[in-house]
Write a protein that binds this ligand. Structure first.
Ligand code: SAH
Ligand code: SF4
Length: 370
């Protein structure tokens, strides 16, 4: 048995394992720099405050530091591990999308939006995605690589710098893992990035304000319950029929509806937290009364299903099977689920004019289906 699996088997030891193994990356870099240059240790706190409170975009803006030190820092420590390629702003809604170039040339996209009164960031966890769902532009581009914890967390720092520069707000309130990639296939880095994002010494965004969306990597639900019990879990279901779900989401061959149900019941029992069932309503694919009944039946078959809440989202035109449903259908769908005592919200997807909405992130032009 490996050391990790030994610790995983025992919950208390597992917490200890995580504590011992946890490193704060950006902070480590700064600490090393201060040590290597024989600087007084209070500089660490000043640099931390400049980056994570003031939201400086380059070291020159850290006015508290002497000029020579700022110049040295600008040469030796990059604040962000990627470069901005393009930034787009929606003309319809408060939504921004950034295309970022990673150090190895791979590209990812990240989105800043204000769905209500506060700002949310949608982060990518992988460059591309290996799962190839039939309605998703990210899936279409294939898998490039997992992002590091720093590359994930610093997408939030990037937007923090942006809202300060543009004087849009003081803080980012929510982070959703609904950008490119499948977060639970990059589990270790995603967990580390969330610990970093929520650390009060850094951006300090509470774990209850962070949501992880998964296509249903069921064997990781229980790990998430122990590692990050306060983070919100959203499961992209999109179909409650195994055969049809497999056609939409090939990952259903590996984790089918029974696997998801079993893992979800364990997750609910362990956390007692609300879980979101994401259902993208795709015109002509999963939007009939029979689909709705099947979804309701599946949800009602789950133990502790009072903790489940369905989010219905109209499919954004992206690729392959993605086409929008007729407007009345989503309303009927919602009413029918409510009639089965299921909590449901119809969610608006923002930023479609700049291809920033769910399923549209591709980091490259994608030909739309007519
Ligand atoms: N891989 C994860 C998270 C990224 S996708 C997942 O699949 O959950 C984020 C959300 O966008 C998921 O719920 C996904 O199903 C949804 N999505 C993908 N393509 C879409 C499209 N064309 N229209 C609307 N939602 C879409
Ligand atoms: Fe990957 Fe999620 Fe897109 Fe499916 S919907 S291809 S899992 S990013």
């Amino acid at each position: 048995m490996g050391l990790r699996s030994f610790f995983v088997r025992n919950k208390a030891l597992f917490y200890l394992y995580n504590l011992l193994n946890y490193k704060y990356m950006e902070f480590e870099k700064i600490k090393d720099f201060v040590k290597a240059n024989g600087l007084p240790s209070y500089r660490i706190a000043q640099m931390r405050e400049a980056v994570y409170v003031k939201g400086i975009s380059c070291w020159q803006e850290a006015s508290v530091l002497p000029e020579a030190l700022r110049q040295k820092l600008d040469k030796e420590i990059k604040i962000l591990p990627f470069e901005l390629v393009t930034l787009q702003r929606s003309k319809k809604e408060p939504v921004f999308k950034a295309l970022l170039k990673l150090n190895d040339g791979n590209r990812i996209e990240t989105v800043l939006m204000r769905p209500g009164k506060t700002w949310s960031v949608c982060v990518s966890s992988q460059a591309g995605c290996p799962l190839g769902c039939a309605f998703c532009a990210t899936g279409k581009m294939g898998f490039k690589r997992n992002l590091t914890a720093e590359e994930i967390a610093d997408q939030v720092l990037f937007w923090y710098q942006f809202i300060h520069k543009e004087k849009l707000a003081e803080r980012i309130s929510n982070v959703v893992f609904m950008g490119m990639g499948e977060p639970l296939l990059n589990y270790v880095n995603v967990v580390e990035s969330i610990k970093n994002i929520s650390n009060p010494d850094f951006l300090g965004i509470g774990q209850r304000h962070i949501s992880v969306s998964t296509s249903g990597i069921a064997d990781k639900f229980i790990n998430l319950a122990s590692d990050l019990p306060q983070v919100n879990l959203a499961i992209s279901l999109h179909n409650a029929d195994d055969e049809e779900r497999t056609a939409l989401m090939p990952i259903n061959r590996r984790f089918d509806l029974d696997d998801i149900k079993e893992a979800l019941e364990e997750y609910l029992a362990r956390t007692d937290r609300e879980v979101f069932i994401e259902y993208t309503v795709i015109g002509g694919e999963n939007d009939s009364p029979a689909h709705m009944r099947k979804l309701g039946k599946w949800i009602n078959s789950i133990k502790d299903n009072y903790l489940l809440h369905v989010n219905l989202i109209a499919c954004n035109p992206a690729v392959g099977k993605a086409s929008a449903p007729k407007e009345a259908i989503i309303k009927n769908f919602a009413e029918a689920l409510q009639g089965m005592n299921i909590g449901v919200t119809v969610r608006r997807s923002l930023g479609s004019d700049i291809s920033a909405a769910c399923g549209q992130l591709a980091a490259q032009p994608v030909r739309r289906r007519k």
